[in-house]
Write a protein that binds this ligand. Structure first.
Ligand code: KIV
Ligand code: ZN
Length: 514
């Protein structure tokens, strides 16, 4: 019988730690819902002690998302563990605390300033406490890749004895090579006397581009849980990418006789959702989910694929959800069909949300001949954001031409008050940004401005990503519209709304009642 591999998704925790990728609670809920639809076994929903917002997000996910186990991360500190237990508690028998402590010499000496025996004792105490709070405890020996092997065996044996049922072996800094990491996993499972009482897990970072290869090596050598993220998001160079691991195991089932609970046709919609929410574009040549992953340019390739798809395609685009994402609804479609399509995309809407989204959909369907899944995702993102924003776009008028100085007039609602400003710029987008920035502060430094057509055709919605930096904080904003200047203004406003101290510039405060 084939072995079962558990897919542990950490997009909402390690993925969210990527610069600029922080998500608000509504966004996290949408991603969690999509992950459940995708069929992951475990959702690491966040790090509850990190902030009240993190706690709230984990807690709401534990209360509302059905299906997967819901995990909360905790350092090996009592307060972290208690907070994580409280956050994931509502998931009942699907609640997991994931506690960790570093075990490599450099981390113990330089970061923790603890002796190995103290670290071991803390790890055991942490697992015991967590075990009293939730049915399932996972323990990670942070920086396992650089941990001395005898000590790693001692820590793993002791934490299993203390009640951890999942033992995670992270290559925290992406330092390992596949052969090295695979044999480390094998040696550990063979040497630890009680290893049969735990599922061994792997968590790899991509600093040298080896996260997926190292994860596979660990799976080949006995790991039965793999920690990964959608689009490979994560600290620094990211984590192992879920879509790549899953599709390798599926496409090479001849080599890996392993079962997973993933519905692979939901991979592309999940990737698009995460990219859209985080503002992290997927590179076109990214395996499985990149826009070019199934595009054949060379004539000889096109000829081959037309004669037999398998000449140049080792998996079908449909199997990962590429062509199923074509929207078949048009302006005559009804609410029920729209709701059903959203559910297929992993988005659950209540009656009020559906009404709001439906109105928005009708307006868009009037403007565009075809409405695609990407359009639907951007509608729902827009609607949810607008509901919670401090600054809202009321109107925008921009004019430009070959002989005119570009100018934009923008009207905003800032915390309930109307504000208006006009500015000139190098182009209509520049003018609109200047007008918006003159009404709020701080504005942050513009690090990135990028435009993508969400779908094809000149009536496509443009999706704009804006990245701002204010001090040490980096935020991403996104906006979509068939008018690129409006999409840009929405993206800037979205990013500004994520700057915690952003407020109306005093000089404009009285400029109300436009
Ligand atoms: O990379 C790492 O070691 C982690 C742990 C918290 C599992 O993210
Ligand atoms: Zn990590």
């Amino acid at each position: 019988m084939a072995d079962r591999l558990y897919i542990f998704d950490t997009t909402l925790r390690d993925g969210e730690q990527s610069p600029g990728c922080s998500m608000n609670i509504e966004e996290k809920l949408r991603v969690a819902q999509a992950l459940a639809t995708l069929g992951v076994d475990v959702i690491e929903a966040g790090f509850p002690i990190a902030s009240p917002g993190d706690f709230e997000a984990v807690n709401r996910i534990a209360r509302t998302v059905q299906g997967p186990v819901i995990a909360g991360l905790a350092r090996a500190h009592d307060k972290d563990i208690e907070r994580a237990g409280e956050a994931v508690g509502p998931a009942g028998d699907r609640a997991r605390i994931h506690t960790f402590i570093a075990t490599s010499p450099i981390h113990m000496q330089a970061k923790l300033r603890m002796q190995p025996d103290q670290v071991l004792e803390r790890a055991v105490e942490a697992v015991k406490l967590a075990r009293n709070l939730v049915p399932e405890v996972e323990f990670s020996a942070e920086d396992s890749g650089r941990t001395e092997m005898d000590f790693l065996c001692r820590v793993v044996e002791a934490t299993i004895a203390a009640g951890a049922r999942i033992i995670n072996i992270p290559d925290t800094v992406g330092y390992m090579t596949p052969e090295e990491f695979g044999s480390r996993m094998r040696e550990l499972i063979e040497r630890v006397p009680n290893s049969d009482q735990a599922v061994f897990s792997v968590h790899c970072h991509d600093d040298l581009g080896l996260a997926v290869a190292n994860s596979l090596a660990a799976i080949e050598n006995g790991a039965r849980q793999v920690e990964c993220t959608i689009n490979g998001l994560g600290e620094r160079a990211g984590n192992a990418s879920l879509e790549e691991i899953v599709m390798i195991l599926k496409t090479r089932a001849d080599r890996y006789d392993i079962e997973m609970g993933i519905d692979t046709t939901k991979i592309v919609p999940s990737s698009k959702l995460v990219s859209q929410i985080t503002g992290m574009p997927v590179q076109p040549n990214k395996a499985v989910v990149g826009a070019n992953a199934f595009a054949h340019e060379a004539g000889i390739h096109q000829d081959g694929v037309l004669k037999h798809q398998k000449t140049y395609e080792i998996m079908t685009p449909e199997s990962v959800g590429w062509t199923t994402n074509r929207m078949v609804l048009g302006k005559h479609s009804g609410r029920a069909a729209l709701k059903a399509r959203y559910e297929e995309l992993g988005v659950t809407l209540d009656a009020d949300q559906l009404n709001a989204v439906f109105e928005h959909f009708k307006v868009l369907a009037d403007k565009k001949k075809e409405v695609f899944d990407e359009d639907l995702l951007s509608i729902v993102a827009d609607d949810q954001e607008v509901a919670s924003e401090r600054v809202k776009l009321v109107s925008l008028h921009a004019a430009s031409g070959t002989k005119d100085t570009p100018v934009a007039a923008v009207e905003l609602e800032i915390e309930g008050e109307q504000h208006r400003a006009t500015a000139e710029g190098d182009g209509p987008v520049d003018a609109a940004f200047k007008a918006i920035n003159s009404m709020v502060e701080p504005n942050g430094k513009l690090l990135l401005y990028s435009v993508n057509a969400i779908t094809s055709g000149t009536d496509a919605q443009g999706e704009v990503t804006v990245r701002l930096q204010d001090g040490t904080r980096i935020v991403n904003g996104q906006g979509a519209d068939t008018d690129i200047v409006v999409a840009s203004a929405k993206a800037l406003i979205d990013a500004l709304n994520k700057l915690p101290d952003m407020h109306a510039r005093q000089v404009h405060a009285q400029y109300s009642g436009v």
